[in-house]
Design a protein around this ligand. Structure first.
Ligand SMILES: NC(=O)c1ccc[n+]([C@@H]2O[C@H](COP(=O)([O-])OP(=O)(O)OC[C@H]3O[C@@H](n4cnc5c(N)ncnc54)[C@H](OP(=O)(O)O)[C@@H]3O)[C@@H](O)[C@H]2O)c1
Length: 251
């Protein structure tokens, strides 16, 4: 354990598996007190216990990101317990690989936006009043290489991630005067429940990755740690791409 986030209070939304779990564990290992959310209670409690048993500090709060009252409870509980919020990593996300003709505008497209975009906006609206009072804050939104590169095989997903990138940039400017930094992460192919080992998705994308391997969730978490920490004190409006050079050729 070191202390790059010593005394920081962090919220990780969507931390019950994959990248969010790795971010939660790394933030806690670096000294942050981490409030972590997701819908799956059992997974959340396991991660909470493992971190607390290991000398870190984590509180799991069950929350569905599509329910505003759940997100309000996360922020209110964090403030009641810790009195401040230094870091927010919006990370909850879902993927779909539906062909264009079959995308249902409501069932898929709107739902995708509710989870991948609107919930991020809601969380940011909920935490920024506290960050403004504190005079500082760091917000990280998990986007994707899909925000940078058109993805004909996951149109609704990549469109939602492009919205996350653009929202991040707009908010970085809007909040710069309050010393609140807003950045995004763009993972490439990363091992998680979304991209399981040997899955069709991995098989389809892996040949295009110049580094010829799938990234680990920890490698993405390292990027989040940098953006969350004071080492990134002059970094705002940036999308940090972590993709083994996947998008380097085409963008
Ligand atoms: N893996 C990749 O290759 C890759 C690449 C680019 C970007 N990303 C992005 O990275 C982020 C994490 O994905 P991952 O790869 O780590 O996949 P994952 O293992 O499936 O994790 C997704 C996380 O999102 C949470 N989540 C989903 N819907 C939710 C909802 N309605 N309310 C609350 N939490 C919700 C899940 O928690 P519950 O199920 O417990 O609710 C889980 O913790 C996503 O935003 C994803 O789009 C992943």
């Amino acid at each position: 354990m070191s202390n790059r986030l010593e005394n920081k209070i962090a919220i990780v939304v969507g931390g019950t598996s994959g990248i969010g779990k790795a971010i939660t564990e790394l933030y806690a290992a670096e000294g942050a007190k981490v409030v972590m959310t997701g819908r799956r209670e059992e997974k959340g409690r396991e991660i909470e216990k493992a971190i607390n048993d290991n000398g870190g500090e984590c509180l799991f709060i069950q929350a569905d990101s599509t329910k505003k009252e759940d997100l309000e409870n996360v922020v209110n509980t964090t403030i009641e317990k810790y009195g401040r919020i230094d870091i927010l990593n919006n990370n909850a996300g879902i993927l779909a690989t539906t062909p264009l003709d079959e995308i249902d505008p409501t069932e898929e497209f709107n739902h995708m936006f509710n989870v991948n975009v609107t919930s991020y906006l809601t969380m940011i609206q909920l935490v920024t009043p506290y960050m403004k009072k504190q005079g500082a804050g760091s917000i990280i939104n998990t986007a994707s290489v899909g925000a940078r590169q058109p993805m004909p095989f996951n149109i609704s997903y990549s469109t939602s991630k492009a919205a996350v990138k653009h929202m991040t940039e707009s908010m970085a400017v809007a909040l710069a005067g309050d010393n609140i930094r807003v950045n995004s992460l763009a993972p490439g192919l990363t091992r998680s429940e979304m991209v399981e080992e040997g899955s069709d998705f991995e098989k389809a994308v892996l040949p295009s990755v110049p580094m010829k391997r799938t990234g680990s969730a920890k490698e993405i978490a390292n990027g989040s740690l940098f953006l969350a920490s004071d080492e990134a004190s002059y970094v705002s409006g940036h999308m940090l791409v972590l993709d083994g050079a996947l998008t380097a050729f085409s963008c």
